[in-house]
Ligand binder design. Structure first.
Ligand SMILES: [Zn+2]
Length: 293
């Protein structure tokens, strides 16, 4: 009898282990939707646009956390394990992605525009369209039943990218000031290149170095010498430095959104890439004195 009890217990334990370890599809949520994990806000907002509510999305880098310095923790790894697919931007921005999931899908591939020094590839609208297409194609191919919902959504996204390109190309050439003085990092290199602007930023593209006192002093001097009325900063950065520069120069601060991270407020509002890039255009138009601001 005792022996029989032990055998039953062993079987039950084996069954429990089998159920909990038998692969990702066992984590399918009760609503029947796929679980998709995304690294940062860029793949998150692209996935929202092209997949809508057809899937459950998990954002791994939480709102309010800076994307460049992020390191995965046990919670990140658990969330990736619970997902059927995991999308990330690039090995440059998220070198940890492939380390925690060899099957992670990189969106920044086959890009029409590529600068190896600048990981902010989504700041080119042509790149953004291709990244969203890579995501849409992957999900539609893996889960063909979703194809009918994904394709029209991707088509709309592609039209929206053309509209953004059109608006930027209409407004940017009218700007009287051509230099962006940015109390932030080199995240807008593609915009500067595409619309013939000069971009002076205090932090490097990878946010790995604090600016020196000399660099800050030089930027302050340039702002004063050129009688700049508006300087720019960014949503995820401690505002103290921008406030100091603003106080010293009299220039007002406008915000540019890098999209790589997201504030808690923007996340709750569900702000899309399209909306954030329109807000950027509005602030650039004010700050650079453009027509149609
Ligand atoms: Zn960045």
């Amino acid at each position: 009898m005792k022996n029989c009890f032990i055998k039953t217990a062993v079987l039950l334990i084996c069954a429990a282990v089998f159920i909990s370890c038998s692969g990702k599809d066992d984590h399918k949520p009760q609503d029947g939707k796929l679980n998709i994990a995304v690294s940062s806000y860029v793949p998150y907002t692209f996935a929202k646009s092209v997949l809508g509510d057809t899937v459950n999305l998990t954002l791994l880098i939480p709102p309010g956390v800076e994307a460049h310095a992020f390191e995965p923790n046990p919670k990140t790894i658990k969330e990736v394990k619970q997902a059927q697919s995991f999308f990330y931007t690039s090995n440059h921005l998220e070198p940890w992605a492939l380390k925690i999931d060899k099957k992670a899908v990189m969106l920044a591939k086959n890009l029409p525009e590529l600068s190896h020094q600048d990981p902010h590839v989504w700041m080119s609208f042509d790149n953004a369209r291709v990244m969203a297409k890579n995501l849409a194609d992957y999900v539609a191919q893996k889960y063909p039943s979703l194809q009918g919902q994904i394709q029209p959504r991707y088509n709309t996204f592609a039209v929206e990218m053309e509209s953004l390109k059109f608006l930027y190309s209409k407004i940017m050439p009218t700007c009287k000031n051509r230099t962006i003085y940015h109390i932030g990092h080199l995240a807008f290199g593609y915009i500067a290149r595409d619309y013939d602007l000069e971009f002076k930023a205090l932090f490097s593209a990878d946010m790995d170095q604090e600016p020196s006192t000399k660099e800050v002093a030089e930027l302050v001097k340039a702002i004063k010498d050129n009688r700049v009325k508006y300087i720019f900063s960014e949503e995820q950065l401690n505002p103290a430095l921008a406030k100091t520069v603003s106080k010293e120069t009299g220039a007002k601060i406008l915000i540019l959104n890098t999209v790589e991270g997201v504030t808690k407020e923007d996340f709750e509002e569900g702000k899309s890439y399209q909306e954030l890039m329109l807000e950027n255009l509005k602030n650039l138009a004010i700050g650079l004195d453009c027509k149609g601001e």
